[in-house]
Design a protein around this ligand. Structure first.
Ligand code: GRF
Length: 217
């Protein structure tokens, strides 16, 4: 039985597209059953329609507070009975109850080498700090923002004079390999969260696996 994924988005969805493509070819052994956006009219919804799954908008501005929004979001997600919930550019802080409901089943991709630079504006902060590397991290989601246990990372060298915009594009490029790789580990039951630590093939990951562009598996 193919695993069922629900993907949460807020924007254009280049990561979503990569996930949909990998599901189509079978290199992620799963089907995306629904894409849910908190913003109306975003390109991600068109990508979901073209793939042929449910494309749902739950506009967060229509809810009184974060708790009410998360309650409705959880209700809709549960209807699709996903094995995993995949955050792909979902720009909302989630409440603790929501996160706990999906603990061990929800992953996120963040555009920095966590634990460095959680939050926003990651590339400019890395450049300003004189870092030699930027990159992306996939992690299990816990109530701490961008603070859940890291699974895998792809570093990107910061070349002298590069702008934050250029760096963002380079990092996004490696995300499109990194995320499907980790999702296939999850969907093939190789990756779990056990006692707050990711386990790959039964061994705890004490630090994230480094996946570079040339050695992506
Ligand atoms: C990516 O940089 C991802 O790391 C972050 O949000 C961005 C989403 O980009 N969480 P896209 O919508 O997938 O193109």
């Amino acid at each position: 039985m193919k695993k069922r994924l629900v993907v949460l988005v807020s924007g254009s969805g280049s990561n979503l597209q990569s996930i949909l493509d990998h599901c189509k070819t079978g290199s992620i052994d799963a089907q995306v059953v629904a894409v849910i956006s908190n913003r109306p009219g975003v390109r991600s919804l068109l990508r979901a329609e073209a793939y042929g799954c449910a494309a749902i908008t739950i506009d967060h501005t229509a809810f009184e507070n974060r708790h009410e929004f998360d309650k409705q979001l959880q209700h809709i997600i549960d209807q699709y009975q996903p094995d995993f919930v995949v955050l792909a550019g979902f720009m909302r802080i989630l409440t603790e109850g929501f996160v706990r409901h999906f603990l061990g089943k929800m992953v996120n991709i963040h555009p920095s080498l966590l634990p460095k630079y959680p939050g926003l504006n990651t590339h400019q902060r890395a450049i300003d700090a004189g870092e030699h590397y930027a990159g992306a991290t996939v992690h299990f989601v816990t109530p701490e923002l961008d603070g859940g246990p890291s699974i895998a990372q792809s570093p990107v060298p910061i070349t002298p004079g590069v702008t934050a915009k250029e760096l963002a594009k380079q990092v996004l490029g490696v995300e499109h390999t990194l995320y499907p790789t980790v999702l296939q580990w999850l969907c093939s039951d190789r990756l779990t969260l056990a006692e707050d630590l990711p386990q790959l093939d039964g061994a705890p990951l004490l630090k994230p696996i480094v996946i570079s562009d040339t050695a992506s598996q």
